[in-house]
Design a protein around this ligand. Structure first.
Ligand code: NAD
Ligand code: UDP
Length: 312
């Protein structure tokens, strides 16, 4: 299989590169390095099955591939809000260009969509049939609405051109290779704790998220691509935690003496989030295997090394 992975130098993309390369497949990794790092895919540079292309998905590209895994898009709020117009362009034009490529070469196309399509959900936990509660004008809209139109484009390409699509709604995922400064809650808490700093709870810390370890997530992504169900399908870990519980868990694994402090809650921050994964269980035979306390260990170890390297 010739695979194109857009956003392949990023957090999730680079783990997917590893899995496909280990399976002996051909991989073209395409990235503009906005939030991705060459270091994430360094092991494969020079391998005969691997190619690296610096390219921005807002521009078209011609390649011969069998499968397109479309992950290119900044995912953490501070990165997608850095240039929100660019984020919307990446979601719309990027998905449009990559679907155009899929159509031209007859490739199967998987979109990395997100639980953010549910916005600040009034239905809990969230089934795929829930249509969401997204603010169209807020600071998260560039990302949330971007992913919603990206899903729409997939289904219209399927209806109009019979493009083979797969749509995956990814819930909060964590693991090695998250950026230390990406502002996401898992990376923030681990980095704060490793630096002996207080852990910052935004709001009262009672908002919830459900955290999936990256290896589980990538397994779900591969099953979706290989199977015959098109989705949209939730892939995430249904174990729900308050942000305060997460802070306590991280603190207890690193330094139980650290303080938890409160900071203002960002605008439109969803109050609760938990995937319903019945569809993934039934249609993909998938469910996550790695509990949060267990997945935090390799993640903390990775950040410890990354911070030590940075300090050198
Ligand atoms: P990431 O920021 O680590 O990876 C995104 C990658 O895309 C980076 O390598 C970045 O440089 C690249 N990129 C961004 N804009 C680009 C452009 N215009 N052209 C080419 N490359 C571009 O984020 P991630 O956590 O690995 O997320 C990957 C995908 O999964 C994203 O589409 C994101 O929306 C989706 N997702 C992730 C999560 C999560 O918890 N990590 C949750 C829901 C959805
Ligand atoms: N959060 C927090 N402290 C931090 C970073 C984030 O309390 O240092 C909260 C944030 O307000 C949100 C949750 O943790 O309620 C998850 O934030 P993240 O940015 O990781 O993901 P998203 O909000 O996109 O799910």
């Amino acid at each position: 299989m010739r695979n194109l992975i857009t956003g392949g130098a990023g957090f999730l993309g680079s783990h997917l590169v590893d899995r496909l390369m280990q399976a002996g497949e051909e991989v073209i990794c395409l990235d503009n390095y906005f939030t991705g790092r060459k270091a994430n895919i360094r092991n494969w540079i020079g391998h005969p099955n691997f190619e690296l292309i610096r390219h921005d998905v807002t521009e078209p590209i011609k390649l011969e591939v069998d499968r397109i895994w479309h992950l290119a898009c900044p995912a953490s709020p501070i990165h997608y809000q850095f240039n929100p117009i660019k984020t919307a362009k990446t979601s719309f034009l990027g998905t449009y260009n990559m679907l155009g490529l899929a159509r031209r070469v007859g490739a199967r196309f998987l979109l990395a969509s997100t639980s953010e399509v549910y916005g600040d959900p009034e239905v809990h936990p969230q089934p795929e049939s829930y249509r969401g509660c997204v603010n169209t004008t807020g600071i998260r809209s560039c990302y949330d609405e971007g992913k919603r139109i990206a899903e729409t484009l997939c289904f219209d390409y399927q209806r109009m051109h019979e493009t083979e699509i797969r749509v995956m709604r990814i819930f909060n995922t964590y693991g090695p290779r998250m950026l230390p400064d990406d502002g996401r809650v898992v990376s923030n808490f681990i980095v704060q704790a490793l630096r002996g700093k207080p852990l910052t709870l935004y709001g009262d810390g009672n908002q919830t998220r459900s955290f999936c370890y990256v290896d589980d997530l990538v397994e779900g992504m591969i099953r979706l691509m290989n199977g015959d169900k098109i989705g949209p399908i939730n892939i995430g870990n249904p174990n729900e935690f308050t942000i305060r519980q997460l802070a306590e868990l991280v603190r207890d694994q690193i330094n139980p003496n650290l303080e938890l402090i409160n900071k203002p809650l960002p605008q439109d921050d969803p109050l609760q989030r938990q995937p319903m994964i019945e569809l993934a269980r039934q249609e993909l035979g998938w469910e996550p295997k790695i509990p949060l306390a267990e997945g935090l260990q390799p993640t903390i170890d990775w950040f410890r090394k990354a911070l030590a390297k940075k300090a050198e």
